[in-house]
Unconditional design. Sequence first.
Length: 141
Amino acid sequence: MKIEDMIEEFQCPGCVGGSDTSCGRYEYNESELRCVSHVLGTHIGFGNIVALGLPKGFNKPGHDIDGKAMSKMRIRLYLKGDSPLWDKLNVPIWAMEKDGFLFVRTYLPRLNVGYVDVLEGGTLSMVPEALNVNTILPGID
């Protein structure tokens, strides 16, 4: 898989800029591991913005300090064999394997920042300290 394939699968669906990397706004940022032009464009009810390309439990961007739903998400995409360095400063909170990918909500407490990490070929064994979201999935909206 190429990085453009991952972006088209996990970022482009529902994006305001377009539905694939030929949208004219596509801009891959190697240090951020994502398309930095990505803007969430799908609303489910008033104030509920979601990232269509991500599975339930990983598709909500959260809210800013004023309670407004954010229109951008910090999503990092890792090709097979690559992964973030999880440690006490990059904490995997919860994770799920789905369709050959590992999805991890990672929190950086020192910076008060969260990411959704998507790893091609990743497994739950890479993040044993994270909560397995499949055990609570039916209860997630």
